[in-house]
Write a protein that binds this ligand. Structure first.
Ligand code: GLP
Length: 270
C-alpha cells in the first residue's frame, strides 16, 4: 500500500481528490477517470466540479468508466449506476455523456438468463478501457465486507469485469436506496474485476466512518486475501487510501501514517 492519509474531515479528502484529478486533466486533457458510486466519493466529485468551474478546465475530452452496475435494472432506473453516475459525475463535471461508460450500458436491464449478452459484456468492457488508454485515476469506496466495486469476498484477485452475486450484507447495506425493501435490491451485478482495478495507474480509496474501520484495517494491515478484496491494493504501485479518524480507528500504525504524511516532502504529490 503506497500511502495512508488520515484526514480530519471528508472535505479534506475531497480536496485532495479534486486537486489531483484537476491537475491530471490539465496535463492530460483526454484523461481517463475510473468512477465509483456510493456515498464516499460524492463530496470529492463536488469538489472536482468546483475546481473545473473556477479554473475553467476543459473537460470535453475526458473519458469515464464506472466500476459496476446492478443487473436487471433498466438504465433509466434512478438507482442504476448508469443513472447515478450521470447525476453525480457526468452532469456536475460537465463531461460528454458519450465518453462516460458503465459496464451494464449494453445490457439495459437484460435478465440474468440472457447469458450470451451478459457473458460478453465484461470482456468487452475491459477491452474498451484498454482502447481508451487505460484508467489514469480510479476512485474507490469500500464495502463493510471489504468489497471494492462489487467484488465480494472470495473474488479472484486477478479477475476481469464479470458478473458477480451480491452478498446479503451488501444488499442490506444498499437497501436504503430501494425503499428499505430488500426484495427490490438486485441479487446480481456486473463489476470491474480486481485485476481491472489493479491496472489503473493510480487508485484512490476513500473511507469514512466507524462502520468502515474493520474493512479498512483488513485491507491495509491484514494479509492479502480474496476474503478482503480491497487488500489486493497492497500490491498496487500507486494506491492512496484516504480515511477519516473513525475509519482509521482500527489501524495499528495510525500514528506512523500521520507522521509520514506530516513530514512528506513538498515535491511528492499524492
Ligand atoms: C456499493 C458500491 C461500491 C461502494 C460501496 C460503499 O456497494 N458498489 O463501489 O464502494 O457501495 O458505498 P458507500 O460509499 O456508500 O459506503
Amino acid at each position: 500500500m503506497a500511502e495512508i492519509i488520515i484526514v480530519n474531515t471528508e472535505d479534506e479528502a475531497a480536496e485532495l481528490y479534486g486537486r489531483t484529478v484537476a491537475d491530471l486533466i490539465q496535463n492530460k486533457p483526454n484523461a481517463v477517470l475510473g468512477l465509483a458510486t456510493g456515498s464516499s466519493p460524492l463530496l470529492a466529485y463536488e469538489h472536482l466540479a468546483d475546481i473545473i468551474k473556477n479554473e475553467h478546465i476543459d473537460v470535453s475530452n475526458v473519458q469515464g468508466f464506472a466500476l459496476d452496475e446492478y443487473l436487471g435494472l433498466p438504465l433509466e432506473h434512478e438507482q442504476s449506476y448508469h443513472s447515478t453516475i450521470r447525476r453525480t459525475v457526468t452532469e456536475p463535471l460537465g463531461l460528454n455523456p458519450q465518453y462516460v461508460h458503465a459496464p451494464g450500458d449494453v445490457l439495459n436491464g437484460a435478465p440474468l438468463s440472457n447469458g450470451d449478452l451478459i457473458a460478453k459484456a465484461g470482456p468487452d468492457y475491459d477491452d474498451a478501457i484498454d482502447k481508451a488508454g487505460g484508467i489514469d485515476v480510479q476512485i474507490l469506496g469500500i464495502g463493510t465486507d471489504g468489497h471494492v466495486g462489487f467484488n465480494e469476498p472470495g473474488s479472484s484477485l486477478s479477475s476481469g469485469t464479470r458478473v458477480k452475486t451480491l452478498t446479503e450484507q451488501t444488499r442490506i447495506d444498499n437497501m436504503r436506496f430501494f425503499d428499505n425493501d430488500l426484495n427490490q435490491v438486485p441479487t446480481h451485478c456486473i463489476t470491474q474485476g480486481i485485476g481491472t482495478i489493479m491496472r489503473a495507474r493510480h487508485v484512490i480509496l476513500l473511507a469514512f466512518g466507524a462502520n468502515k474501520a474493520q474493512a479498512v484495517a483488513d485491507a491495509v494491515e491484514g494479509g492479502i486475501s480474496s476474503f478482503c478484496p480491497a487488500s489486493a491494493l497492497q500490491m498496487h504501485k500507486h494506491a492512496t487510501v484516504i480515511v477519516d479518524r473513525d475509519a482509521a480507528s482500527k489501524l495499528q500504525l495510525a500514528d506512523y501514517y500521520r507522521w509520514v504524511y506530516a513530514n512528506k516532502p513538498d515535491w511528492q504529490k499524492l
